[in-house]
Design a protein around this ligand. Structure first.
Ligand code: NAD
Length: 334
């Protein structure tokens, strides 16, 4: 029996998760919601995905355009086992009541507070804690990126300091900025450290800047080590870590532009780079301090986590069974 999955909010994350669900043999994409009949709604229709109005109030927009919807969100909730809430940050918490009323499990995204769910989730770090749960929050793109690499070296960590250089907007977003400035987050330490701590019990402090780019985030990470580790050890550990890839500047990966070009060369859908990209040359140990720099494709790194979260919630597979299955279905390199 396949788990029936609905997607509420068919935007940047929602449409990628919908695609990923459609690639699984133990899940079925039952439908997605839209607030308006724009090109994304028509494209979903062309792909054979049933489109539901996000609520009754949006129905007139579809009627006016002659776009036939399969019903409203409430109708979709009657047909699914789990809903992936990929609505704008904060809206998921308001939707939760509706999901509860329909007895449907829900996966929330990183724009929600941790309290929206029973557990915050990054598959390779805490898959087991989501087993059988009804409400799981896949953490943000930045937190997922930090957690993937820090989890791999957690036994060596005394203290982590990380600086987040965040993309200003996603490529299709014309509302956000800045377009010609660097905007520091004056909340120091930033919220990213405590968010990592919802999954990993480590000491971590972070600060963040927003810069005018749409491609990826970059993190500069410094770790105070509590036991010795060499540069070669770290390279070996990251080479052995799923959903983390090492890239060499010496091979032409001198910026986020080449990383995205690499994903395009792989013919990845939407040039998704699901893996966290660590610059190999940036990995260095000086005494008791480890340094490395990594890049995060904000539009896609959380997508495999949504799939694994669903598997954990329905106890369809154990941790590595699920991670391997998801990786294979999405062409994740390791
Ligand atoms: P988005 O704006 O691209 O997509 C949100 C979608 O929800 C849009 O299609 C919008 O029309 C739709 N929507 C708006 N109101 C709605 C409603 N009432 N009911 C149903 N749908 C509604 O946003 P996104 O970037 O995909 O973010 C979704 C969630 O994922 C947020 O929690 C965000 O923090 C998180 N997230 C985003 C990124 C990223 O970089 N884009 C990365 C990781 C996590």
């Amino acid at each position: 029996m396949k788990v029936k999955v609905g997607i509420n909010g068919y935007g940047t994350i929602g449409k990628r998760v919908a695609y990923a669900v459609s690639k699984q043999d133990d899940m079925k994409l039952t439908g997605v919601t839209k607030t308006k009949p724009d090109f994304e709604a028509y494209r979903a229709g062309e792909l054979g995905i049933p489109v539901y109005a996000a609520s009754e109030e949006f129905l007139p927009r579809f009627e006016k355009a002659g776009f036939e919807v399969a019903g409203t969100l409430e109708d979709l909730l009657e047909k699914v086992d789990v809903i992936v809430d990929a609505t704008p940050g904060g809206m998921g918490a308001r939707n939760k009541e509706l999901y509860e009323a329909h007895g449907v499990k829900a996966v929330f995204q990183g724009g929600e507070k941790a309290s929206v769910a029973e557990v915050s989730f990054v598959a390779q770090a805490n898959y087991e804690s989501a087993l059988g749960k009804d409400y799981v929050r896949v953490v943000s793109c930045n937190t997922t990126g930090l957690t993937r690499t820090l989890n791999a070296i957690k036994d060596y960590i005394d203290y982590v300091y990380a600086v987040m250089i965040r993309r200003a907007a996603d490529p299709n977003d014309i509302r956000r900025g800045p377009v010609n400035a660097i905007k520091p987050s004056v909340e120091v330490p930033s919220h990213h450290g405590p968010d990592v701590q919802t999954i990993l019990p480590i000491n971590i402090e972070t600060s963040a800047f927003i810069v005018p780019t749409t491609l990826m985030h970059v993190h500069s990470v410094m770790v105070e080590l509590r036991k010795p580790l060499t540069r070669e050890d770290v390279i070996d550990i990251f080479e052995d870590t799923t959903r983390v890839l090492l890239f060499e500047e010496g091979r032409g990966f001198s910026s986020t532009a080449q990383l995205i070009e690499f994903a395009r060369d792989l013919h990845r859908e939407w040039n998704n780079l699901y893996e966290i990209a660590v610059w190999k040359e940036s990995i260095n140990v000086r005494g008791k301090r480890l340094f490395y720099i990594q890049a995060v494709h904000q539009e896609s790194d959380v997508v495999p986590e949504n799939i694994d979260a669903i598997r954990a919630m329905f106890e369809l597979a154990d941790k590595w069974g699920s991670i391997r299955k998801t990786n294979k279905s999405l062409g994740i390199l390791k």
